[in-house]
Write a protein that binds this ligand. Structure first.
Ligand SMILES: [Zn+2]
Ligand SMILES: [Zn+2]
Length: 135
């Protein structure tokens, strides 16, 4: 039995506990992940569907299924944060790494859909690092 760690959305309405026993960790640069996160890529951890227990706020969860590709997102209806969901195959639980309150047991394995990455991504990883806003 592995350790459990907590997670949830930014506003705090939705919270969960998940076993810290992830087996894959992908940065997904596909066009859908970039749109849905509003960012360079999704950061998704993979584990078993039964590894999660929802603690609070299940009624605030909303699911969107993109019709043109097997692509799902679940988010908080109050604050829009991405939340864990089971894939349509029913075999995998995907946990957005940024929704966790603690560090996962693994490091990122792969950048997937690399060919679809934003043109500004590579340059951005080398941009100046500031602890807060730039001075
Ligand atoms: Zn929320
Ligand atoms: Zn993607």
């Amino acid at each position: 039995m592995s350790e459990k760690i907590s997670g949830g959305c930014l506003c705090g309405a939705v919270t969960y506990e998940v076993e810290n026993d992830f087996n894959r960790f992908y940065f997904c640069h596909c066009q859908q992940c970039r749109k849905i996160t509003g960012s360079a890529h999704a950061s998704n951890l993979f584990t078993r569907p039964d590894a999660i227990q929802w603690t609070t706020g299940a009624t605030y969860k909303k699911q969107f299924n993109y019709p043109e590709r097997d692509f799902t997102v679940v988010f908080c209806t109050e604050c829009g944060s991405g939340l864990p969901f089971v894939t349509t195959s029913g075999k995998v639980l995907i946990v957005p790494a940024g929704s966790l309150d603690a560090e996962p047991n693994i490091q990122p394995n792969d950048n997937i859909f690399w060919a679809e990455r934003a043109a500004w991504y590579d340059e951005g990883t080398h941009a100046h690092k500031c602890d807060g806003f730039p001075r």
